[in-house]
Ligand binder design. Structure first.
Ligand SMILES: [Zn+2]
Length: 137
């Protein structure tokens, strides 16, 4: 991996406790497979709003997180939408831990927001205007 891309879901799938984090992940996976025709969920890791880290694919499996750049990118998605507010403290702490773990495995990998890696044909606001990645590093 040359890059670690940070994503948000972009919508709040859980308003209260009606869904578990696992159910949220399955809904995203179902959307990626049925609507986007990806072979599986588009992220290697998912960080729930509780700060739990879920590994969704093997580290060396290509996923579909950043269009046309997936051969060089590992994707981490944080639950929620960060257009109006940043991730919570639990998510930030867990994501910081995950990034330090991944940088031990791939010291040269650069951490970027999805929008910084997106090619011009695939513009995105992901991971959200209120999410300053410097809070992770
Ligand atoms: Zn994204």
């Amino acid at each position: 991996m040359q890059y670690i891309a940070v994503h948000h879901v972009g919508v709040e799938l859980r308003q209260g406790d009606e869904l578990t984090a696992e159910e949220v992940i399955w809904r995203i996976a179902d959307y990626h497979v049925s609507k986007e025709s990806f072979p599986g969920i588009g992220y290697t890791f998912f960080v729930s709003r509780e700060g739990y880290i879920y590994q969704c694919h093997e580290l060396d499996s290509m996923t579909y997180g950043v269009a046309s750049r997936n051969h060089e990118v590992l994707s981490i998605c944080l639950e929620g939408s960060f257009m109006e507010h940043p991730p919570n403290a639990e998510q930030l702490a867990s994501t910081t831990w995950l990034l330090s773990y991944l940088r031990e495995l791939a010291p040269k990998a650069e951490v970027k927001g999805h929008r910084e890696l997106a090619l011009p044909d695939y513009p995105t606001a992901c991971p959200g205007d209120a999410f300053d990645l410097a809070t992770l590093l």
